[in-house]
Design a protein around this ligand. Structure first.
Ligand SMILES: O=C(O)CCC(=O)C(=O)O
Length: 322
C-alpha cells in the first residue's frame, strides 16, 4: 500500500530530471508530518548527546571572537572545528549573514539521527521517503543513504552557503536524491531553500564548503563554486514557499542554499533524507565529513549496501504488495 498522500505525476518526474529539483505539494499526510516534527524536536532536545550535532551560530560567534576554548571544546566530535576555524580565518572569506549582530537565533544541524533515534529511523525506512525516491529515481531498489536535520530559529542570521551535496558524500553515480522535508511553513522570510535549476546536468563536481561561508572544506577537491550569493541575478534560481506536507526533492548534484531566518516568531525545522538507486557505488572522498555512526567501511566501487545503507524499497516487494 502506498505511503504517499497522492501519487507522484509524470510531470513531477520529468521536472526532477530536467531541473534537478521538484516540489511535491501535499505528498505527505499531516499525521506523518507530525511524527517527523516530534522526531526533529527529540533530535534537538538530545543533540548534546550527538557527536555530530552543532550549533553553527555559536560556532560562527566563537570564530568571530576567536574564542579558542569553545572551538577546542567543539572539536571532539565529527569535525575538527578548531582546525576548520583556522582555515576559514586564513582564507579571509566572510560568513554569509542575513541579519545583524543582534540576531539571537541559532542554526542547529545534526547528522545520522536515524542511527540514534528509533522513531526517526522508522520514519526514514518505513515512512514516505523510500517510495518518493523510488518514483523519481526509477530502478529496482532504493538504499537509505543518510540524514540530517536543519533548524533555523527565528532571528538566525546564518545563511546556508550555496553548495552541492555530491562532494560531501562518498559515492558516485547518478541515482541519488535528497528529500528536504519541512515541518513548518517556510517562506523567503524564514529561510526557504534556493536551487540553481539544471545545475546537476553538466555533471560538474564542485568543492564542498563549510556551510556558513564559501570557504571550501580543508583539502576538498573539485571545481571552485562561483560566488553565487554575490551574483544571484546571473543564475536561474528557483525557490518555493512550502507548507507541512510538502517535500522538495533535489538531485545530489543540484546546487542549493538558503537564507537566514529573519522571522520574529516562525522557526524553520526540516529533515534532509538521502536515498540512492541501483547505479550508486562507493567512492572515497578523504575530505568528506566523517560519518561517525557508520559501522563499516566499503571499498572503492562497492555497490551501496550493508547495515549502514539498508535497502528501503524494492520494485519486487512493491509489486507484490500492490
Ligand atoms: O536546510 C538547510 O539550510 C540546508 C539543507 C541542505 O543543504 C540539504 O538538505 O542538502
Amino acid at each position: 500500500m502506498s505511503k504517499l498522500a497522492r501519487p507522484i505525476t509524470k510531470d513531477e518526474i520529468a521536472a526532477y530530471n530536467l531541473a534537478g529539483v521538484v516540489l511535491l505539494r501535499g505528498i505527505i499526510d499531516l499525521p506523518t508530518v507530525n511524527t517527523l516534527r516530534r522526531c526533529i524536536d527529540e533530535a534537538v532536545r538530545t543533540m548534546h548527546d550527538s557527536p555530530s550535532g552543532y550549533n553553527l551560530s555559536q560556532l560562527t560567534r566563537a570564530i568571530e571572537n576567536y574564542d579558542k576554548s569553545t572551538l577546542q571544546a567543539e572539536s571532539e566530535g565529527q569535525h575538527n572545528v578548531a582546525a576548520i576555524a583556522e582555515h576559514i580565518l586564513s582564507t579571509g572569506k566572510p560568513f554569509l549573514f542575513d541579519g545583524d549582530e543582534a540576531s539571537k537565533g541559532s542554526f542547529l544541524l545534526d547528522t545520522g539521527i536515524a542511527s540514534r533515534l528509533r522513531e526517526f529511523r522508522r520514519f526514514t525506512l518505513n515512512g514516505p521517503g523510500p517510495e518518493i525516491a523510488a518514483s523519481l529515481l526509477g530502478g529496482n531498489k532504493v538504499n537509505f543513504f543518510g540524514d540530517q536535520i536543519f533548524v533555523k530559529e527565528p532571528g538566525t542570521r546564518e545563511r546556508t552557503a550555496f553548495h552541492q551535496d555530491a562532494t560531501y558524500f562518498e559515492i558516485d553515480g547518478d541515482q541519488c536524491c535528497v528529500l528536504w522535508i519541512p515541518v513548518d511553513p517556510v517562506t523567503m522570510e524564514n529561510g526557504t531553500m534556493l536551487y540553481v535549476r539544471g545545475s546537476h546536468r553538466a555533471g560538474t563536481l564542485y568543492q564542498p564548503n563549510v556551510f556558513v561561508s564559501q570557504t571550501p572544506l580543508p583539502g576538498a577537491e573539485g571545481e571552485p563554486l562561483p560566488d553565487i550569493e554575490g551574483h544571484m541575478a546571473d543564475y536561474d534560481i528557483v525557490h518555493f514557499d512550502v507548507e507541512p506536507g510538502d517535500v522538495i526533492v533535489h538531485h545530489y548534484r543540484t546546487i542549493h542554499g538558503a537564507g537566514g531566518n529573519n522571522s520574529r516568531y516562525q522557526v524553520r525545522r526540516a529533515a534532509s533524507l538521502r536515498y540512492c538507486g541501483d547505479d550508486i557505488h562507493f567512492r572515497t572522498r578523504p575530505w568528506a565529513p566523517r560519518q561517525l555512526h557508520h559501522t563499516q567501511r566499503l571499498n572503492e566501487g562497492d555497490p551501496l549496501d550493508g547495515p549502514d545503507f539498508p535497502v528501503a524499497w524494492t520494485r519486487r516487494h512493491s509489486q507484490q504488495a500492490a
